[in-house]
Design a protein around this ligand. Structure first.
Ligand SMILES: [Zn+2]
Length: 195
């Protein structure tokens, strides 16, 4: 195999769910698209370097702060804690949430080598102040998400604020981002106090 192709295949395999077979398919598909398409795609990928993470919550943004943190109409005394950006999108799509977010950047998973220190937990504690009314823990409904949620509840207990979790009834084993809007909307509406 041509070395250039080999190199790109091994790069593409870093994407979740992409194995040798799909990586090869992508590369040959690209080659068939011709130089213009390849140039455009590589420019758009390079352009991603201009996107950064919001300094407060970790949401992707082109500015220093994201549109949620810099909004005048959102309630920044309610913070919804999620695992990643897809979950922010899923919650936003319900149209019923008007607080701000905090992205953990994953969940605790010792088998995958992800420990507490790897998550944006300190920055969450740093932003909690006397104005903070509620922390909604919206980690994914699976074992790792639950373990992470339980840890957060435990750590936040001593703070004088409401700590809620999304209502049960979410199918276990899934990701928030693959659930339908109504399911998330209901679990958000029926969120319960953990204290
Ligand atoms: Zn933000």
């Amino acid at each position: 195999m041509i070395n250039k192709i080999k190199k790109l295949i091994s790069q593409l395999k870093m994407f979740p769910g992409v194995g040798d077979k799909s990586a090869k398919r992508m590369v040959y598909f690209l080659l068939n698209q011709g130089p213009e398409k390849i140039e455009k795609l590589s420019e758009e990928i390079k352009d991603l370097n201009n996107i950064k993470k919001c300094k407060i919550c970790g949401v992707f943004t082109e500015d220093e702060f994201c549109k949620y943190c810099s909004s005048d109409i959102r309630n920044d005394n309610i913070i919804c804690v999620v695992e990643d950006f897809n979950d922010v999108q899923a919650i936003e799509d319900t149209g019923v949430y008007n607080g701000v977010f905090h992205i953990l950047g994953g969940h605790i998973s010792p088998v995958d080598g992800v420990f507490l220190d790897d998550l944006n937990i300190d920055s969450l504690f740093d932003r909690i102040d006397e104005d903070t009314d509620e922390i909604i823990i919206a980690t994914n409904p699976n074992l790792e998400g639950e373990a992470t949620a339980n840890y957060l509840v435990e750590q936040l207990k001593s703070h004088d604020l409401k700590i809620t979790k999304l209502a049960t009834g979410l199918p276990m084993g899934g990701d928030l981002s693959i659930l339908n809007q109504n399911t998330i909307k209901n679990s958000l509406k029926n969120r319960f106090d953990t204290k």
